[in-house]
Design a protein around this ligand. Sequence first.
Ligand code: ADP
Ligand code: XUL
Length: 573
Amino acid sequence: MADSGGGDCCSPRLPDDALFLGLDCSTQSLKATVLDAGLGIVATDSVHFDSDLPPYGTHGGVRRDPAERGRIVSPPLMWAEALDLLLARLRPRADLRRVAAVSGSAQQHGSVYWARGAGAALAALDPAGSLATQLAGAFASPESPVWMDSSSAAQCREVEAAMGGPLQLAALTGCRAHERCTGPQIRKMYQTRPKVYDATERVSLVSSFMASLLVGGYVCIDETDGAGMNIMDIATRQLREDALQATAPNLEERIGKLAPAHAVAGKISPYFVQRFQFASSCLVIQWSGDNPNTLAGLTLSNPGDLAISLGTSDTVFGITDSPEPTLEGNIFPNPVDPKTYMVLLCYKNGSLTREDLRNRYAERSWDMFNRLLEETAPLNGGKMGFYYKEHEILPPLPVGFHRYVVKNLTSGSLDEMVEEVGEFDPPSEVRAIIEGQFLSMRGHAEQCGLPVPPRRIIATGGASSNPTILKIMASIFGCPVYTSQRSDSASLGAALRAAHGWLCNQQDEFVPFSSVYSGRIDRTSLSMKLAVPFGECEGDIELLNNYTLLVRKRLEIEQKLIERFNQRELSGF
Ligand code: ADP
Ligand code: XUL
């Protein structure tokens, strides 16, 4: 194959006629981005779980267990069926025979429990039948706990106690035991559904599950997504014996080995060659988590930059070569640079909670929501809201809405605030949810050692298409906000990682990620655009200083809410 242009004369090149496929199995949908060798977008498509696959009965891609508080699951068979459906949609629009490599992204932490014999079933998939019919019996549990699940608090405390406490666990594995972390989730499965655990041949993350479908056999968990489990040593990137012991018996044989994110997981299986006309030489590159893939898709490489993703979850992350363990954040290896790490904060009440307020106060319309935002003045007259439609991760608080008015910004005392009993008016509610989230992000990012104020923010995810929201983000963080051309940067990142993995394989060694795009970024789908400048308007700095005061107030109120909640839990209410 001929070489494509781009890059400097010495960097390895992608073959001219090759395509690279990136998939993203997120909470609500499975998305695809196909790139050509010049990094132009050839096609994109998606399957929306609720509307395209209604028999699975999901809402927002998940099922909430009415019988168990906090238990939130999705059926892995639905993700498999979505893969067949998405590739069938894509095939007329992209020549899948030219796909040199495919990689992927998936919601982090979710665990899939394969039944005994499932490895053999994967290897024997018949292209005449569908994945859904052939894999219907392949799961020890038809439901996978996902990142939104908060039902594993007891197991989290047990794992932390066994490992020397929450901060020690964070120092060893990259984070304390958050309820969504896979290790405590596996422990819960072992304790509460021992028959399922006994019948489990292999545990995959959602990322390695999807890669296993493509390869037709169990695929390693990648070291980046593996850091979200509480069982991998964050320094050596090996499974930790003590953490495995603290989680469940005979776990190592069920987890398998770990692999770097740029490694080849295998060749695509005959099922996909025959059913969708992939070339048999097409490589499957290790899949990874959606946040690591987003980092790749944004080509985030400057430690002064902050990424904010406003998807189903809201996340804030940056890169560093010397991560400090904290009780709030997660540390993951950088999927495209083995020398650095990403530090991440994750909020459960992201887009779906914003949608809930939009539906209540803005006639279900984002246009109306933006009009209400514009009607209200920055700082919202001191009105501050805490909106937890789901049990929140940051701060760890149960479902509930709380409203306060900060009457005096400069007072150091919480007594200067009055708790509101009722609701605010609709415009204030709408401003309160948007300002409140960015105030919280700024406060917690600073506590986790992320750059505040950042040199710039790169915003992505579904809600980053909303310019009114981005304007408030810039005012609160005190920096310009950039966006990528596409808000689905996780599948774009996966397509880039497919190209990167292909290059590493061709060179037989790790090559810098920048070899994929260097010298041509401005001519490709990777270029960034300035969405909101900062510091050009009179009043920007004064407003920023007031927001700084409000950040402190917000963290104080959060602390008060946590103390109140903990007291209630202790007294059994
Ligand atoms: P996922 O985490 O599933 O990948 P996405 O990044 O695709 O999620 O984001 C989907 C969300 O984007 C939707 O739930 C929706 O609330 C939000 N969204 C889409 N358009 C807008 C908009 N104009 N303003 C605010 N939010 C939006
Ligand atoms: C990150 C996290 C979420 C999911 C959402 O730790 O739990 O961002 O990855 O898909």
